[in-house]
Write a protein that binds this ligand. Structure first.
Ligand SMILES: Cc1cc2nc3c(=O)[nH]c(=O)nc-3n(C[C@H](O)[C@H](O)[C@H](O)COP(=O)(O)O)c2cc1C
Length: 189
């Protein structure tokens, strides 16, 4: 693993499922491979944090390109924004809901308004899981990455309905492991 600036690479997994299910499992496989390649990882399950709805007030908007904005909502998002600023790469994961990303993950993205210009040049990958049709979910994740000027490393989608459905799927596990190694190596697929 190539350390960034002489230190261990930090990768943040961000899970947009409201349950302990397939999305969590997929992100964990990516992070596991990244850890085996020498990276430090943390997995944020959005559902387990106090992250309230963006009110759209835009008080937090950055007025210059260097200083993070301050959100009027005092909840766990402040700590997570700090983790995002400290990370080198993100693995966004979503269950497919009505062919799109989950509302939980979308609100999380909306709450990054105070810092999003500062995420520029970090890298990102995405995973999505649907029962039978992923629709635009991966495109949604990539759109966020594009807006934030994150370099997109790659993505994996899978088909499953209930928690545990993917546990024996060696093909998906292999694809996720490959994605984790690419996130560490910084190689686009
Ligand atoms: C509100 C809702 C909407 C869904 N919409 C779709 C969909 O559009 N296409 C699809 O194939 N599966 C859909 N599903 C099924 C989930 O994507 C599937 O169960 C997935 O495995 C959930 O991931 P999780 O285990 O990480 O929560 C939907 C499920 C829910 C609860």
């Amino acid at each position: 693993m190539a350390p960034r600036g002489g230190r261990q690479m930090k990768i943040l997994g961000i899970c947009g499922s409201p349950r302990n299910g397939n999305t969590e499992w997929m992100i964990e496989r990516v992070l596991e491979a990244a850890r085996n390649a020498g990276a430090e990882t943390e997995h944020i399950l959005i559902k387990d944090w106090d992250i309230r709805l963006c009110t759209g007030c835009l008080t937090c908007e950055m007025t210059d390109k260097q200083t993070p904005g301050v959100c009027v909502i005092k909840d766990d998002m402040e700590a997570i924004l700090g983790k995002m600023l400290a990370a080198d790469a993100f693995v966004f994961g979503t269950p497919v809901y009505f062919y799109m990303l989950s509302g939980l993950l979308k609100n999380f993205m909306d709450r990054t308004i105070p810092i999003w210009p500062l995420l520029k040049n970090k890298t990102a990958a995405g995973v999505a899981v649907a029962e039978d049709a992923a629709g635009k979910a991966l495109e949604n994740l990539r759109t966020y990455a594009d807006v934030c000027n994150l370099e997109w490393i790659g993505d994996v989608s899978a088909y499953a309905k209930d928690p545990g459905d993917l546990a024996a799927n060696e093909g998906v596990a292999a694809a996720l492991g490959g994605l984790g190694r690419r996130v560490v190596g910084g190689t686009e697929q």
